[in-house]
Design a protein around this ligand. Structure first.
Ligand code: AMP
Ligand code: TRP
Length: 327
C-alpha cells in the first residue's frame, strides 16, 4: 500500500447482489491481476447503489456479499485496499466540489442516466449527479488508472474532463486518470438477449451467470443461450451477437482470441458445452474460497481497508479544501 513507485489503480462496484460473469470478466478479474503491478484501491460503492430506491437493510447485506465475492476472486485485503465508500465521508464532500465544476449538459448526455431513468419510476437527482460522485471516488485517491468494463467508458471520459476543469480553475490539484478497458471481455452480453449487456436486473435471470450459480445452473443457462439460425460458427458480434458472445466467453476463459476459438467449432452444441465447462472451472475455485469466509473476518478486512483508504482520502481532500479556499 502507498508504494509511490507503482501506479495507483482504483475501481468500484455497486453492492446490488452477487457478482455476475460480466463484472468478473470485464472488470474484477483485472483488479486481481493488477495487484502485481499497481497499488490497488477497490471500493464497494454503496452510496451509488442508493441512487435508485432500495429497501432498508438491503445495501448492508449486499455490501457484505460483494466484499466476499471480491475476496473470493482473489482481491487480497493485505496487498490491496478494499473498503466501503460510505465509510469515508470525503467521497460525498468532494462530489459536491466536482458537481460545482460539472455542466448540467454534460450529465444529461450520459447514456447510463438515460437508460436508468427510462427503466425507473422514481428518477432521483442523485441518479443524475451519479457520475460526479464517481469522479470524486477516483480523484480522491490520486488515481492513475481505472480498470472497468466498456459501459464505464463515458463516465471515465467525463471524470477526466471534470478533473481537468477543476485544475484549470484551481491549479494542478487533481491527478487526471486514464481508464483501462480490456481488449476481450469488456462487454459480456446477456445470454437470452445478446444485444443487451449482461446485468443484475431481475428480468435477466436466465441471461446472467452469477458467480454463485451451480454447475448444473451454468450448464442449463449456456445450453439455452440464444444463438441464430444460420448454423455457422463465426466471430461476428454485429450479425451474430449470440454466437460471438459464446466465443468471447470461451476465449476469455481460455486466454485465446475469439476468432481462434471459432476455428475449432462447426456446431453450436459443442461450443455451448465447452463454454459452460470453461466457465464452471473458472468459477468453482472461487465458490470454494467464498464458502470459507465468515462475516466477522470480512468485516475486519473492510475495517482495515477503511483505515488505509482514509489516510489517502483525507490528504487529498485537504488539498482540495485549500485550493477552493474553504480551509
Ligand atoms: P456494476 O455492477 O455496474 O457496479 O459494474 C462493476 C464493473 O463491472 C464495472 O467496471 C462495469 O463496467 C463492469 N461490467 C458490468 N457489466 C458488465 C458486462 N456485461 N460486461 C463487462 N463488464 C461489465
Ligand atoms: N459506476 C460504476 C458502475 O456502475 C461503479 C463505480 C462507482 C465506479 N465509482 C466508481 C467504477 C469509480 C470505477 C471507478 O459500474
Amino acid at each position: 500500500m502507498n508504494d509511490p513507485l507503482r501506479p495507483r489503480a482504483f475501481s468500484g462496484i455497486q453492492p446490488t447482489g452477487t457478482i455476475h460473469l460480466g463484472n468478473y470478466l470485464g472488470a474484477c478479474r483485472n483488479w486481481v491481476t493488477m495487484q502485481d503491478t499497481t497499488d490497488g484501491i477497490y471500493c464497494i460503492v454503496d452510496l451509488h447503489a442508493l441512487s435508485v430506491p432500495r429497501e432498508p437493510g438491503e445495501i448492508r447485506q449486499a455490501t457484505l456479499e460483494a466484499a466476499k465475492d471480491l475476496i473470493a476472486i482473489g482481491i487480497d485485503p493485505e496487498r490491496s485496499t478494499l473498503f466501503v465508500q460510505s465509510r469515508i465521508r470525503e467521497h460525498s464532500e468532494l462530489a459536491w466540489h466536482l458537481q460545482c465544476v460539472t455542466a448540467f449538459g454534460e450529465l444529461r448526455r450520459m447514456t447510463q442516466f438515460k437508460d436508468k431513468s427510462e427503466s425507473n419510476d422514481f428518477v432521483s437527482a442523485a441518479l443524475f449527479t451519479y457520475p460526479a460522485l464517481q469522479a470524486a471516488d477516483i480523484v480522491l485517491y490520486d488515481t492513475d488508472v481505472v480498470p472497468v468494463g466498456d459501459d464505464q467508458r463515458q463516465h471515465l471520459e467525463l471524470t477526466r474532463d471534470i478533473a481537468n476543469r477543476f485544475n484549470s480553475r484551481f491549479g494542478e490539484v487533481l491527478v487526471v486518470p486514464e481508464h483501462r478497458i480490456p481488449a476481450a471481455g469488456a462487454r459480456i452480453m446477456d445470454l437470452q438477449n445478446p444485444t443487451n449487456k449482461m446485468s443484475k436486473s431481475a428480468d435477466a435471470v436466465n441471461g446472467t451467470v452469477m458467480l454463485t450459480d451451480t454447475a448444473a445452473e451454468i450448464t442449463k443457462k449456456l445450453k439455452r443461450a440464444v444463438t441464430d439460425n444460420d448454423g455457422e460458427v463465426r466471430f461476428d458480434p454485429e450479425n451474430k451477437p449470440g454466437v460471438s458472445n459464446l466465443l468471447t466467453l470461451l476465449a476469455v476463459a481460455t486466454g485465446e482470441a475469439p476468432e481462434t476459438v471459432a476455428e475449432r467449432y462447426e456446431q453450436y452444441g459443442p461450443l455451448k458445452a465447452d463454454a459452460a465447462e470453461a466457465i464452471i472451472s473458472l468459477i468453482e475455485p472461487i465458490q470454494a474460497r467464498r464458502a470459507e469466509l465468515d462475516d466477522g473476518t470480512v468485516d475486519a478486512m473492510l475495517k482495515m481497508g477503511e483505515d488505509k483508504a482514509r489516510e489517502v482520502a483525507t490528504t487529498v481532500m485537504d488539498r482540495v479544501r485549500q485550493a477552493v479556499d474553504l480551509h
